[in-house]
Design a protein around this ligand. Structure first.
Ligand code: SF4
Length: 244
């Protein structure tokens, strides 16, 4: 397939999903202890407060190796216990914190990671990090214990509102089935494929596009392209190698 056609395909897939699923309203933040993703659909100016910023960082850690559904319960518990707060997380007893986030799995390890993240953010002002370019910011985040590429990129895209494409299991699954990458594609390789085919060189536009595209892929994986795909009803079947 020519470069031009690959680019077209990336754009078509996005258009089809957006038309069918609409704006996803990521990052889904909590409000008064309840998740209300619908309240900011199509508004890419989140986070609006430091609390929301921290909640996105916490969510990015909690979602490691688990579904968002399990993260929702943990975030709701953190919110109800007023633990979406750097100082309170640091002061909170480890076991109590782990218990609060139990639903997200690996709760002891994740409790430690939440504390490490809080310690980092206490020592490094968000306003200083916000001024960094994506590459430098990514390098710094990747040095934090427990922060891998997906977590770092989720924080850069959804908390800092900077343009980077987040790759996850769903992205790899869908795009390998579509015939656009290998099943065992490397994280950075697929990320580069997305960014080179979608970037407009306008950071604001790219941030919004990467935000929405990633969220739409998660939705698509839930609706059709699950481990066992529902190809016959799938909205991307005409674009998909697997279904042909
Ligand atoms: S046609 Fe099947 S494999 Fe292809 S994207 Fe849809 S559900 Fe996934």
């Amino acid at each position: 397939m020519s470069k031009k056609n690959i680019k077209k395909k990336f754009e078509n897939i996005y258009r089809i999903m957006l038309k069918e699923y609409g704006h996803q309203g990521w990052w889904p933040l909590t409000s008064d202890g309840k998740l209300k993703p619908e309240y900011h659909k199509g508004d890419y100016s989140y986070p609006k407060t430091d609390k929301q910023f921290l909640e996105i960082c916490q969510g990015a850690i909690l979602t490691q190796n688990t579904s968002w559904k399990n993260v929702e319960k943990a975030l709701t518990c953190l919110n109800e216990n007023k633990l979406i707060d750097i100082d309170k997380i640091l002061a909170h007893q480890h076991n109590a914190l782990a218990e609060c986030i139990r639903s997200s799995g690996y709760h002891n390890q994740k409790a430690e990671r939440l504390k490490i993240m809080a310690k980092f953010l206490k020592a490094t002002p968000i306003s200083m990090l916000q001024k960094l370019d994506v590459k430098t910011l990514r390098e710094i985040l990747l040095k934090i214990k427990g922060v891998g590429p997906e977590t770092a990129d989720s924080i850069i895209l959804y908390a800092f509102n900077k343009p980077i494409f987040v790759i996850d299991t769903y992205t790899k699954r869908i795009f390998s089935r579509l015939g656009l990458c290998k099943k065992d594609v490397k994280y950075e390789e697929l990320q580069e494929l997305f960014m080179s085919n979608l970037s407009t060189n306008n950071p604001q536009k790219d941030t919004e596009l990467f935000n929405e595209y990633h969220a739409l892929l998660v939705e698509h994986a839930k609706r059709y392209c699950a481990t066992k795909p529902r190809c016959e009803e799938c909205i991307l079947r005409n674009e998909c190698k697997k279904s042909i």
